[in-house]
Design a protein around this ligand. Structure first.
Ligand SMILES: C[S@@+](CC[C@H](N)C(=O)[O-])C[C@H]1O[C@@H](n2cnc3c(N)ncnc32)[C@H](O)[C@@H]1O
Length: 282
């Protein structure tokens, strides 16, 4: 198997479990590797199948924020195993879809998982979100589902998106967004913890105010700011239950501690989960 230029132990683990044919991992994380969205969180069943459906719904919520429709050229940055591209391929027609990822192992998996429907085209590209290997004004839509916190720099990413979007095009993303007053605690935690642990390098230090400033600096018009924290909370019960039952193996201590910490700050609404979208002016 090819190696990865990024250190994301959770992906190493998921890839191992997928290769071993682990049924719970295949169901829960074989297509999307992100949190779930439950319209009514009280109805969550905390099973791999329920999580699979909720993860699919989160993808729909994100691409809806970019007004994706038939006949568009769409770039999905940090495309994981190609789940968002697969959903777009299933839902829309006349699409020119590109999935970009820094990890060739995930792209191998995406190529195996997703076949373009006759009216659509799909291209998989290895690359860095902050140095997009595409000409100016080449996409109608750019998506980044739950991955921007891994990128080297949000501002560079936004600059690159502004460059590759056509005038009038949209960017939609989902991200963990802390309350501004809680930022010093997160910054202190980041300074003290040398080892990025199970979830790898993650910068969760961008408040909604910082996003607004970034958009204003780059001339993006903010389209949607949607706090969906409450709709994602069953994710934590699922991950914790799966870890305890060893359905999803938390092989590292940091897998459990980091997951419990994110669960706590999310339940206390200190760190929110947001869908954000922006339009490049005409
Ligand atoms: C939580 S996963 C989300 C995957 C996918 N978007 C999904 O929703 O299933 C984060 C993704 O970001 C990718 N990634 C991390 N750093 C990246 C970078 N600098 N450029 C491109 N992709 C990156 C990882 O390889 C991984 O696929």
């Amino acid at each position: 198997m090819t190696s990865s230029p990024v250190n994301l132990p959770y992906f190493d683990r998921i890839l191992q479990l997928l290769a071993a044919g682990d049924p719970a991992t295949i169901t829960a994380f074989g297509k999307h590797v992100h949190w779930g969205y439950w319209e009514d969180p009280s109805q969550a069943k905390h099973t791999p199948e329920d999580f699979r459906q909720a993860a699919e719904q989160l993808t729909h919520e994100v691409y809806s924020a970019a007004l994706v429709g038939d006949g568009q050229t769409v770039l999905d940055v940090g495309c994981g195993f190609g789940g968002t591209i697969a959903s777009l391929n299933e839902q829309f027609t006349g699409m020119n879809l590109t999935g970009l990822n820094i990890d060739p192992r995930q792209l191998d998996q995406a190529r195996q998982n997703v076949t373009a429907r006759p009216a659509n085209q799909i291209t998989w590209v290895e690359g860095n979100a902050c140095e997009l290997p595409f000409p100016d004004a080449s996409f109608d839509r750019v998506l980044a589902v739950e991955c921007i916190f891994h990128f080297p720099d949000r501002r560079q990413f936004f600059q690159e998106v502004k460059r590759v979007l056509k005038p009038g095009g949209y960017l939609a993303l989902s991200d963990f967004v802390p309350q501004a007053w809680f930022l010093p605690v997160i910054e202190l935690n980041a300074t003290l913890s040398r080892d990025p642990g199970f979830y790898g390098h993650s910068n969760v230090q961008y408040s909604i105010e910082t996003y607004r400033q970034l958009a204003a600096d780059l001339g993006f018009q903010s389209h949607i700011e949607r706090d969906i924290t409450a709709n994602t909370l069953p994710t934590y019960d699922f991950l914790i239950k799966s870890g305890v039952k060893k359905e999803i193996d938390w092989s590292q201590w940091s897998a459990a501690t980091q997951t419990l910490l994110i669960a706590l700050v999310s339940r206390l609404h200190l760190v929110t989960y947001q869908i954000l979208s922006y339009q490049k002016p005409e």
